[in-house]
Design a protein around this ligand. Structure first.
Ligand SMILES: [Zn+2]
Length: 432
């Protein structure tokens, strides 16, 4: 049997719902007696013996060899390309090339939860794709005697998406290589670049703009190498490289002098030892990162608490309060998307802003906004809130509380993920 046929058969039988089966095709299991016993207990698990990769057919009890399997590699690797059609997943047109990892995610996470309602996603699947799918599908759980509208999924079905995602999460241990040579070291080329730039700009490094630019070039070179390395999948956030790796391996960075407020460049990274000349600044940075962060977290937490008390009883209580007072807003190319689903007043009547209403860009319109809502008892209406915020009767409090959370995060990032960076701003963006 060919390995692709084996994979198809396994997925048709939904064997991926057994961790042992999935482990047997995605990893090489050591030939311990315990593993052998586990593999033997479950039909169709991949086993290895004497140079052969095989499984036992439970109907005939015969050994079926996977002819094109590599004895020294897992049967399937995460990024391995496979060609599939609609016999593998509904709705696929013709034959498409995907990867084993993407196929696995589509089947195990989405298909298992909502079946035909999830179209095949043939790309890197990010949080926004998952929340996008859920917001398109989810409706309330049906009450007794009710049924779910066609093309929709209940809350319980959608929750299954996260259960299934959690199920796969454990496999990160075999699929994400956190410790690789590249991740644990820094290359000679990157260090040579750093030395060359420090030498070239030696007389300008007191200028934070020049220093930040030098650091950026070094970090970018390191980033490029990491993304080509074996741990590329491990660095899911750039801050692991431009903050954590930077301080550890590249350049400690620009730190603000607590007395003068000026920036100081601390050239050597932590793995080259504490820089005695700058010990005060190194320690101040460490203290502020832990002390300020603790303080800010407490402060932010208290704000969140206050806001919950103030807002938790607010509801979106009616479709339209019929307020004729709005706020004058000029939509721009960059802000337009955020207003889609809101309402503006035209001739005293609310009109929705659709994604096609781009003709509204550039001129003042009278927008219905929550601060002028006339709904009684301190509640709000859908029209003033817009369809997104107004779509959830009890969602206002969470939205308002989020503001304090964002402030808290900014403070925490300020202390903990500190970096000085140069950015190019467009004057038009600032004036808009
Ligand atoms: Zn209103």
């Amino acid at each position: 049997m060919k390995k692709l046929d084996f994979l198809k058969m396994g997925f048709e039988k939904r064997l991926y719902q057994k961790k042992v089966w999935l482990l047997s095709i995605a990893a090489i299991l050591l030939p311990s007696s315990e593993n052998t016993m586990r593999l033997a207990r479950l039909p169709y698990t991949i086993r290895r013996e004497d140079g052969e990769v095989f499984f036992i057919d439970p109907d005939t009890s015969e050994k079926v060899v996977i002819e094109d399997a590599d004895y020294h590699a897992p049967l399937f690797a995460k990024h391995e390309k496979i060609n599939i059609d609609n016999t593998w997943y509904h709705g696929i047109e013709g034959t498409i090339t995907t990867t084993f990892g993407i196929y696995l995610l589509n089947r195990v996470v989405f298909w298992e939860a909502v079946k035909e309602l999830a179209p095949y996603m043939n790309h890197l699947i990010e949080a926004k794709h998952v929340s996008g799918l859920i917001s398109k599908l989810m409706v309330d759980n049906p009450l007794p005697g009710e049924s779910i509208p066609e093309g929709k999924a209940s809350v319980d079905q959608c929750l299954r998406i996260s259960t299934q995602a959690n199920y796969l999460e454990g496999f990160n241990e075999i699929w994400v290589k956190s410790g690789s040579v590249q991740a644990l070291t820094v290359s000679k080329e990157v260090i040579a670049l750093r030395e060359r730039l420090f030498k070239e700009k030696a007389d300008q490094l007191h200028d934070p703009v020049v220093a930040a630019d030098v650091i950026k070039q070094v970090v970018d070179a390191d980033y490029e190498e990491q993304m080509k390395g074996d741990s590329a999948d491990f660095f899911i956030d750039k801050k692991f490289i431009d903050n954590a790796r930077k301080k550890m391996f590249l350049v400690f960075g620009l730190e603000r002098d607590f007395e003068t407020g000026e920036f100081r460049l601390i050239k050597s990274p932590l793995n080259e030892g504490w820089d005695k000349e700058h010990i005060t600044h190194l320690i101040n940075t460490a203290v502020s990162a832990s002390y300020d962060r603790g303080k800010s977290t407490g402060e932010g937490g208290a704000d969140v608490n206050d806001l919950i008390r103030l807002t938790s009883r607010m509801r979106v209580a009616e479709p339209d309060c019929c307020s004729v007072v709005g706020e004058e807003i000029v939509l721009t190319e960059s802000t337009f998307k955020g207003w889609v689903g809101s309402y503006y007043l035209e001739g005293g009547k609310p009109k929705p802003i659709l994604s096609s209403s781009t003709n509204l860009i550039g001129r003042p319109i009278n927008m219905r906004v929550p601060q002028h809502c006339q709904t009684k008892d301190g509640d709000f209406c859908v029209t003033c809130c817009g369809n997104a915020l107004g779509g959830n009767e009890n969602g206002l409090s969470a939205e308002v509380t989020n503001i304090a959370t964002v402030f808290m995060l900014i403070k925490m990032k300020n202390a903990h993920v500190s970096k000085v960076d140069t950015v190019r701003l467009r004057l038009e963006d600032l004036l808009e």
